[in-house]
Write a protein of this length. Sequence first.
Length: 95
Amino acid sequence: MNRVLLIRTDFLGDCILSSVFIEMLSRQPSMQIDVIATQYNHVAFQYNPRINHLFVIDHNPSNKLYQDNYEVLSQIKFHYDIVIILNRDLRNYRY
């Protein structure tokens, strides 16, 4: 397993706690970690040196059209060995 995509679109505190998980993943040789976060919680990941790519989406459908999120997600040019959803709810499945 070389490439991992983490999806974390919930609260900022939960994202900060997931930094331990990211650190553990990064201990594997040649591990590349990408994260999908929201405009509200991306600051928890923004300066983490263990994250290769950070994709920021708008999680509030009343602010923007979902089309904007699809444009962000279409920038993902990689194939992942595993995708891990760290949220405790099912809101991610609409993306």
